[in-house]
Design a protein around this ligand. Structure first.
Ligand code: TXA
Ligand code: MG
Length: 321
C-alpha cells in the first residue's frame, strides 16, 4: 500500500526522480508524473492500464506558465482562464513541441488546467516542470475523491499519495476546445454551462463521439462501477427489480421499502454542489455492498446537474453484464 501524507517536499522529490504521486485537486485526485519526461508519462499509462490513444491533462500552477507549452491562446480562452483558473476547467490549446507526443496521444492540442487546491498549487510552484495527471483510478472505473480511494485501487503501484482531504467539487473538470475563437465543450464537468456562457456567450456542446473520440472521457461507457447500474424512476425500478438485492442512489430522499444501509442520498437539501461532491464516493460505497444492482435516478438538468447526469448515464451504460 502507498504512504498517505501531507509532505509536499516528499512528493516533489519522488516526482523529480521520475516517480508517480497521487495528488489532490478540487475535482478528483490525479495520478501525477513529470509531463516533460516520457518515462514518467509512460508509467502513468501503465499504472492506470490506460490505452495510449487517450491523452493526458497537463497541470500548471498559473496562467503565466501556459505560454511555455502552447503556441496560441484564443481570446475566448484567455477570458475563460481569467475568469475560472485556478478551477475545474481544462482548455484544449495548440501545443508546442515542449510537450511530448505521448502526453497528447499525437494530437496537435494539449489539455491544460490550473487546479484549485492549496497543496497541489504549492507542489506545482516548487517543481521545474508541469504535471501530467489523469484521474487516479484504473481506466474506466469511478474517479477518486479521497486519498483512500486512490490507495484502494492504485496503492500497490505507487509509493505516495498527497492527502488533501475530500475533493470539494467532486466531478472532473469541464473540457473546452476552440475552433478559431469559437469554444466547444467536449466534457461536462465541475464548471457549469451557465458559468461558461456568462463569460463567452454562446457555446457548442459536443459530448458523444463513438469512434475515435476526441476525449475518451466521452466514451459511452466510462466512470462505471463494477455492479450493474440502472437509471430511471426509483419506485418504478423497485417494482421491476424488487427491493431485496438492490442498492439505491437517490437525489434527495430515502425509500422506505429498502434497507437504509443500502441507500445513498446525494443531497437531502437538493443542493447540486453537494450532490456532485458526494456522487463518486456514494457510487464506490454502493459498489462494495452485498447487492446485485444499483438503482439510481437522475438529478435536475441544470448547473452541475448536467455533469452529474452525464456521469450517471455513462455509469449505466455497459457493453456486457
Ligand atoms: O478534473 C480533471 O480533469 C482531473 C484532474 C486530476 O485534473 N483529470 C482528469 O483526467 O479527469 P482524465 O485523464 O481522467 O480525463 C481527461 C480527459 C480524457 O477523456 C482525455 O481524453 C481528455 O481529457 N483530453 C486530454 N487531452 C486532450 C486533448 N488534447 N484533446 C482532447 N481530449 C483530451
Ligand atoms: Mg478519468
Amino acid at each position: 500500500m502507498a504512504e498517505i501524507g501531507k509532505d509536499i517536499l516528499k512528493a516533489k522529490e519522488l516526482l523529480v526522480r521520475g516517480e508517480l504521486v497521487g495528488i489532490p485537486t478540487e475535482t478528483v485526485y490525479g495520478l501525477a508524473g513529470n509531463a516533460l519526461d516520457i518515462n514518467s508519462v509512460a508509467k502513468i499509462f501503465q499504472v492506470k492500464d490506460r490505452p495510449q490513444f487517450d491523452p493526458l491533462i497537463v497541470h500548471v500552477s498559473d496562467f503565466s506558465s501556459v505560454n511555455l507549452f502552447v503556441s496560441e491562446i484564443p481570446d475566448q480562452a484567455k477570458r475563460l482562464a481569467k475568469a475560472f483558473w485556478p478551477g475545474p476547467m481544462t482548455l484544449l490549446l495548440k501545443r508546442k513541441q515542449t510537450i511530448p507526443d505521448l502526453v497528447t496521444s499525437g494530437l496537435d492540442t494539449v489539455g491544460i488546467r490550473c487546479p484549485n487546491h492549496p497543496l497541489t498549487i504549492q507542489l506545482l510552484q516548487s517543481l521545474p516542470f508541469p504535471l501530467a495527471a489523469p484521474s487516479a483510478n484504473p481506466f474506466g472505473y469511478i474517479s477518486p475523491t479521497k486519498a483512500s480511494h486512490v490507495n484502494d485501487q492504485l496503492g500497490s503501484k505507487i509509493n505516495y499519495i498527497l492527502d488533501g482531504g475530500e475533493s470539494t467539487v467532486g466531478i472532473e473538470s469541464t473540457i473546452i476546445g476552440f475552433e478559431a475563437d469559437q469554444p466547444t465543450i467536449y466534457r461536462l464537468g465541475g464548471l457549469s454551462l451557465e458559468d461558461i456562457k456568462s463569460v463567452v456567450g454562446s457555446i457548442h456542446v459536443q459530448l458523444h463521439s463513438v469512434s475515435n473520440p476526441r476525449a475518451p472521457g466521452q466514451l459511452a461507457s466510462h466512470y462505471a462501477p463494477t455492479k450493474k447500474l440502472i437509471l430511471g424512476n426509483i419506485p418504478e425500478l423497485l417494482s421491476i427489480y424488487g427491493s431485496s438485492h438492490v442498492g439505491l442512489l437517490s437525489f434527495q430522499n430515502i425509500d422506505e421499502s429498502v434497507d437504509p444501509t443500502k441507500q445513498r442520498v446525494l443531497t437531502s437539501s437538493g443542493d447540486l454542489l453537494e450532490a456532485a461532491q458526494n456522487l463518486f464516493a456514494s457510487l464506490r460505497e454502493l459498489d462494495q455492498l452485498n447487492i446485485k444492482i444499483i438503482l439510481a435516478e437522475q438529478v435536475p438538468e441544470i448547473g452541475l446537474g448536467r455533469a452529474i447526469n452525464d456521469r450517471l448515464r455513462r455509469a449505466s451504460f455497459r457493453i456486457a453484464d
